[in-house]
Design a protein around this ligand. Structure first.
Ligand SMILES: [Zn+2]
Length: 221
């Protein structure tokens, strides 16, 4: 299936519906955003949205980074976690889309102290590195700042302890691919840990020479 055409809100709505349909999380577990071109603002899902029941009215246009005025338009209130998005956009000018979901296996492994292993070439290609921050209150300034600082150096996949993930990209489509691979990597790691009696040292990662070849332009997926 090709990625749907249309505006940013259409693409975000597609991500939400697909995330629920494929079991990444339950219907209200997350929020999505995309940076509006040349505007210093982003579109973000409205407060209380069910990610598989959206229409365009359920997005809000907010300023980066203060979340303020949406220009008098009749947009609904943004997600209570809007700071998580705007703080990251402010720190990462290369990022145009942020997917924040509550994927259970990614959160579970991190809560148990296990790293999410990049076992396949897809995992390594799309994720490269998975970082984590400790729990802080969802929607808080503290969590938003900690998350933005954790990805400031270029990491695009972040686990928020006991809560969810924040996945970044320069496009909605790439962010979608990354979050799908994040939870799949977590599920594969979970299976590997079961098969290796919980010993992380026995969970194999894709050989380093794969990404070295990607960086040289000699390999792709
Ligand atoms: Zn959340």
């Amino acid at each position: 299936m090709s990625y749907p055409p249309g505006g940013l809100r259409d693409q975000l709505a597609h991500v939400g519906a697909e995330a629920v349909r494929t079991g990444l999380m339950i219907g209200s577990g997350g929020n999505l955003s995309a940076r509006a071109p040349d505007a210093g603002q982003c579109w973000i899902t409205a407060a209380g949205s069910w990610l598989d029941r959206w229409g365009p009215i359920e997005f809000s246009l907010i300023n980066i980074p203060d979340g303020g005025s949406h220009g008098g338009h009749p947009h609904p209130h943004p997600s209570s976690e809007w700071r998580l998005h705007t703080e990251t956009y402010a720190r990462r000018p290369d990022v145009n889309a942020i997917i924040h979901l509550h994927p259970q296996t990614s959160v579970l492994l991190t809560a148990l102290g296990y790293d999410i292993a990049l076992i396949t070439s897809d995992h390594a290609y799309y994720l490269r590195e998975v970082a984590a921050v400790q729990f802080d209150q969802p929607g808080s300034v503290e969590l938003a700042v900690a998350a933005a600082e954790a990805v400031a150096g270029g990491v695009n996949a972040l686990i928020l302890g006991h809560h969810g993930c924040s996945v970044l990209a320069d496009s909605v489509e790439l962010a979608h691919k990354r979050v799908v691979n994040l939870e799949e990597a977590a599920r594969t790691t979970y299976a590997a840990l079961l098969l290796t009696a919980g010993q992380p040292t026995r969970v194999p990662q894709v050989p380093a020479r794969f990404l070295e070849a990607v960086d040289r332009g000699e390999a792709q997926i």
